[in-house]
Write a protein that binds this ligand. Structure first.
Ligand code: MN
Ligand code: MN
Length: 292
């Protein structure tokens, strides 16, 4: 594990978070927000580890603007961003209330406090369900529910979701936290506490690099392998680099099984969802790489 690169990625992620909080205002285009955040990551010397997720209200995760997106920022906005150096990732998220709603503010507080209380008990050897338990307890004490089928995750090089999951509830499984890199991400909702797959997100990830017959698709695949490796990317990025005609090749790669296409994740009762996330390095000491 390259600790130095992870810490560098975390520092940039923290700075970009601060920057995003300073400029995001209600009724801004999500497209403009996403492009500003991703440009800032590059300006600070990093690379986006995945397309910025800007998920509103009942969408818990996996919304990123398309190249011609017209959606305006509103409601409870979750900003989930990642920075990487050579595939070493810091994955972090915060939520903003853009309609001055007490309920939104309470939901945001619940996921923030859940993350903080989880961070306090982190150390190698602790049971993962204990982390989930404290997240669950904190969110429930605020009168909300954790999303039980979304969880934190281990991270390895060029692999955003690797190995172990860090549950958001006490799932009474006995596995323990071993030294490594983890994202911890409580989600709080005033709904049932489950998400299901919604519309396609236009966020993709390489699944197989076996060459398709179509020359345009083959060229696009080579570009994806070189540019993103096994990290998630989106159609907006492809359009920006290669123009709208590349969307056709993207579809070919998808139907050829080269790409995994993520779905938006929507709360089952269409209730409001908040999210807070940090990436932590578990070793002799505990380093919260993406702290505010
Ligand atoms: Mn994230
Ligand atoms: Mn994550």
């Amino acid at each position: 594990m390259d600790t130095e690169k992870i810490i560098k990625a975390g520092k940039i992620a923290s700075q970009v978070k601060k920057f995003a909080k300073s400029f995001i205002k209600p009724k801004m285009h999500l497209l403009e927000i996403a492009e500003k955040i991703e440009a800032k990551i590059v300006e600070l010397g990093g690379k986006p580890a995945f397309p910025v997720n800007l998920s509103i209200n009942n969408i818990a995760a996996h919304y990123t603007p398309s190249h011609d997106d017209k959606t305006l920022a509103h409601g409870l906005l979750k900003v989930d961003l990642g920075v990487h150096f050579n595939g070493w990732i810091a994955d972090t998220a915060f939520s903003m209330d853009l309609e001055n709603s007490q309920e939104n503010k309470k939901l945001i507080q619940a996921s923030e406090e859940a993350l903080k209380s989880a961070e306090k008990i982190l150390k190698a050897g602790i049971h993962l369900n204990k982390i989930g338990g404290i997240i669950e307890k904190t969110i429930k004490s605020k009168g909300f529910s954790p999303i039980i089928n979304l969880s934190g995750h281990e991270i390895s090089q060029y692999e955003l979701h690797a190995g172990a999951s860090v549950p958001n509830i006490d799932d009474s499984r006995a596995s323990i936290l071993t030294p490594g890199l983890y994202a911890i991400e409580p989600f709080a909702t005033n709904g049932s506490g489950k998400v299901h797959d919604g519309k396609p997100s236009e966020i993709y990830m390489l699944q197989s690099s076996s060459h398709p017959r179509n020359p345009g698709a083959r060229e696009l695949l080579d570009f994806i392998v070189k540019e993103y490796n096994t990290l998630p990317f989106c159609s907006r990025w492809i359009v920006k680099k290669l123009g709208t005609k590349s969307l056709f090749d993207l579809k070919i790669l998808e139907s050829n099984g080269n790409l995994h296409h993520f779905a938006q994740l929507v709360e089952s009762e269409n209730a409001i969802v908040s999210q807070t996330e940090n990436t932590v390095l578990i070793g002799k000491e505990i380093i919260i790489t993406s702290e505010d």
